[in-house]
Ligand binder design. Structure first.
Ligand SMILES: [Zn+2]
Length: 264
């Protein structure tokens, strides 16, 4: 599967730098003191159904504790000159007393991270403490997304524009057993976590890969669109823009070459 980006409302607590400094120093290049660092714990993800109608399995959360520890936290340039600003020194799964919407016990993956207290990082520390950072996102890759009802793998079907398992359960549809969702299993990689200021749009987290686009193009190329002027009309502006962009790029490349001959 492609890389996933999952968002979670920021739930952060200051951690005890004094108590954690030896853990921090496992990942630090030079020996740090508690005064050198800002330590915090953050909910990275949980086993609740997200806005993509997917959830991590409990086993996936457990695997993530091993995969995420040591990974970096990144920020955009709004807050920091360096993009890599934090590092996770501890990850654990915490049981809560709450229930998930699908009836299980809510479990959270909690990461403890440190940031160096310096001038460059201070704006981000202030933004976290001031509640300006609204969300945290994690980047990861899992190998399977399985049907919550029968456990079979879900695949995207371009014809019906839905995710389906081979039994025919459609993601997002309700069945006597409950809502069909995707269960993310067998994590392969954890990349990093990031601080997000503005809540991302619903569903903006997952970007379809080029292989998916190729599949859609193939269907479109073979489709008889003569009876569907509405679709054709919708496609034309995008196609025009793409071809104009290409022309524009070629012109620009020519101009750059031209300008370079002058510089010599
Ligand atoms: Zn199924």
């Amino acid at each position: 599967m492609d890389r996933l980006e999952k968002f979670k409302a920021l739930n952060v607590k200051q951690a005890n730098a004094e108590a954690d400094i030896s853990l921090v120093n496992q990942y630090a290049i030079k020996e740090l003191t508690p005064e050198d660092v800002f330590c915090f714990s953050v909910v990275l993800c949980d086993n609740e159904i997200d806005r993509d109608l997917e959830r991590f399995s409990d086993a996936t959360l457990q695997e993530f504790t091993k995969l995420f520890v040591g990974k970096t936290g990144i920020s955009d340039h709004r807050w920091s000159a360096d993009r890599q600003v934090a590092r996770l020194y501890r990850c654990e799964v915490k049981d809560t007393t709450e229930k998930t919407s699908w009836g299980g016990k809510l479990k959270q993956l909690i990461g403890s991270a440190y940031m160096i207290r310096n001038e460059a990082n201070q704006p981000l520390i202030d933004a976290i403490e001031g509640g300006i950072v609204k969300e945290v996102s994690i980047g990861c890759r899992v190998t399977e997304c399985n049907c919550s009802i029968c456990g079979k793998q879900q695949k995207f079907d371009w014809r019906s524009w839905t995710y389906q398992c081979e039994t025919g359960h459609i993601k997002g549809e309700s069945y006597p057993e409950g809502l069909c969702t995707g269960v993310l299993e067998k994590p392969a990689e954890a990349y990093e976590f990031s601080f997000v200021a503005v809540p991302a749009q619903r569903g903006a987290g997952v970007t379809k890969g080029a292989e998916d686009l190729d599949g859609a193009v193939e269907i479109l190329l073979n489709a008889d669109l003569s009876g569907r002027p509405d679709i054709v009309e919708k496609l034309i502006p995008g196609l025009k823009k793409a071809s104009m962009d290409q022309e524009e790029r070629a012109k620009r490349a020519e101009f750059i070459k031209f300008a370079e001959t002058f510089r010599r």
